[in-house]
Design a protein around this ligand. Structure first.
Ligand SMILES: Cc1cc2nc3c(=O)[nH]c(=O)nc-3n(C[C@H](O)[C@H](O)[C@H](O)COP(=O)(O)OP(=O)(O)OC[C@H]3O[C@@H](n4cnc5c(N)ncnc54)[C@H](O)[C@@H]3O)c2cc1C
Ligand code: FES
Length: 273
């Protein structure tokens, strides 16, 4: 690809979906389309306000319409949450390495996620189910604080569960009267009997505390360090390995990640911070 990665391309927000009290999905039409691989991230610019990194939550098979799911965290994300349809945005990237799908071929893909971490996972899920015959199975174990905090409710509680070869279990920390599934943190729905661990990879994405305890549980269940793929978030600026804002030990998260196997990064302090 010859695109100048510092030069945003123009896009327009054509739809906005309220996912949860703090999270919205933005459907963006990038001028001329925007190709990316699942798990790569973009820098989204709100003209005159600033930019922030996000991982598209849509399928890379649909470059003409990209979705980005955004949790309100601070200044730029709050400004994005106050945008209306028709808002012009800039998109830089795509950056980083994303998920190495070829390494997942013929295996069970065991996906553990929570909160806005389901955004990259949704893109990965859509990529996997497009060619489900290439994998043993896709097993999802997701958590949220409460039922209202779940994003992608229509699909998670709907047709994703009917796909043959897909197995989804959900949990919440705190249930309401209607909740019929598990109550407890996400590690309470991880079982070593879910998949043939020797023929599996695990993908973990969510808040740092969840990633830490999910990784420990996966290791305890028999997953090896190199079978566990983690999506790391660090403060970022350039996105292309120049400014050093995102360093994790010897790695630039923006360029060498954001997806790393646990064996590569486990020796560094504060990886869960
Ligand atoms: C590769 C990557 C992919 C991401 N994908 C998504 C996504 O799909 N959806 C989503 O909602 N968020 C995602 N994030 C996090 C998102 O970039 C931050 O929430 C955003 O930059 C906050 O900007 P702000 O101006 O609103 O907040 P600020 O005012 O800058 O900060 C608010 C709080 O968020 C923290 N923060 C700021 N930047 C980051 C950051 N990059 N990572 C972690 N914490 C940060 C600050 O330390 C502070 O505590 C991703 C981050 C990275 C690095
Ligand atoms: S964000 Fe600049 S080096 Fe990674």
């Amino acid at each position: 690809m010859n695109r100048n990665l510092y030069q945003p391309i123009n896009g327009e927000i054509v739809d906005i979906i309220d996912e949860s009290p703090t999270i919205k999905s933005f459907v963006i039409v990038p001028q001329g389309g925007f190709s990316f691989a699942t798990g790569q991230f973009v820098q989204l610019t709100l003209p005159g306000e600033g930019e922030a990194p996000f991982t598209p939550s849509s399928s890379p098979a649909k470059p003409e319409k990209m979705e980005i799911t955004i949790m309100k965290a601070g200044r730029v994300t709050a400004m994005l949450h106050s945008c209306q349809k028709g808002q012009k945005v800039g998109i830089r990237g795509p950056f980083g390495m994303g998920y190495p799908i070829e390494d997942f071929l013929g295996k069970h893909v065991y996906i553990v996620g929570g909160g806005v971490g389901l955004a990259p996972i949704r893109s990965l899920f859509l990529t996997l189910v497009d060619r489900l015959e290439d994998f043993k199975s896709v097993v999802c174990r997701f958590g949220a604080k409460t039922p209202a905090d779940y994003i992608y409710k229509d699909t998670l509680f709907g047709h994703w569960r009917d796909i043959k070869g897909v197995d989804i279990k959900l949990t919440v920390d705190k249930a309401d009267d209607q909740w019929k599934e598990n109550v407890g943190v996400v590690t309470t729905i991880l079982s070593k009997d879910d998949v043939d661990i020797n023929n599996s990879v695990a993908v973990v994405c969510g808040p740092p505390i969840m990633m830490k305890f999910a990784t420990l549980k996966l290791l305890e269940s028999g997953f090896r360090d190199e079978q566990i793929y983690l999506s790391m978030e660090k403060n970022m600026s350039c996105g292309v390995g120049k400014c050093g804002h995102c360093m994790l030990g010897q790695y630039y998260v923006c360029k060498d990640g954001p997806v790393f196997t646990y064996d590569k990064i486990k020796k560094y302090p504060n990886i869960w911070a």
